[in-house]
Design a protein around this ligand. Sequence first.
Ligand SMILES: C[S@@+](CC[C@H](N)C(=O)[O-])C[C@H]1O[C@@H](n2cnc3c(N)ncnc32)[C@H](O)[C@@H]1O
Length: 208
Amino acid sequence: MEQEEYILAHGDAEPDYLAKINRKTHLKMINPRMLSGHLQGRVLSMLSKMIQPERILEVGTYTAYSALCLAEGLSAKGKLHTIECDDELEDFIRENIQSSPYQEQIVLHIGDAKKLIHEMDVMFDLVFLDADKREYQVYYDAVFPKLKKGGFMLVDNTLWDGKVLLEVDERDNQTEAIRKFNDYVAADSRVEKLILPLRDGLTLIRKK
Ligand SMILES: C[S@@+](CC[C@H](N)C(=O)[O-])C[C@H]1O[C@@H](n2cnc3c(N)ncnc32)[C@H](O)[C@@H]1O
């Protein structure tokens, strides 16, 4: 924790609108831990600026914090599509997007990503997977044909608080699914991959 405070003190602050969304999420939502937060948010922003994507897909919007971080790297004509299945979050998400400079560039889709990804006729340069951990492999397979050659996929929570290292009988089904997903990606010769030990584990994947 001390190290994280040091890192944050020596990097960029959150933009004001993101700090407000962070605070509002902690005040109003039941599971604010799901939000990417200051450190991971700045990492997503920096990675997106390095990639300079025209088209981004995010699976798992929650309160739009990570969507707005990723949007910082969009080119002027770029668009970010984000999918959220919980329709009770819709008004809160739209309010947050409206409070940012990216309201014209973000397209919110409310529904199940397992269905909606197949209906999208868009090729993406950057994809961020951050929805139901038990469904990661399904999202990965659905998104793969829509990821450009040389495009990147970022996958959150792939270390799951270190639980992926636990003995079999201590694991729950989310941990089991993440382990299977990590093994699946590790064996996939169509991609280059690396798990960064950032926060809860962030896998970086590049399609060859
Ligand atoms: C960890 S939160 C996302 C956090 C957000 N990306 C951030 O970093 O601020 C996961 C979100 O995925 C949504 N979700 C879960 N399964 C989904 C699915 N099949 N399709 C779309 N959204 C889903 C949940 O409702 C939840 O809001």
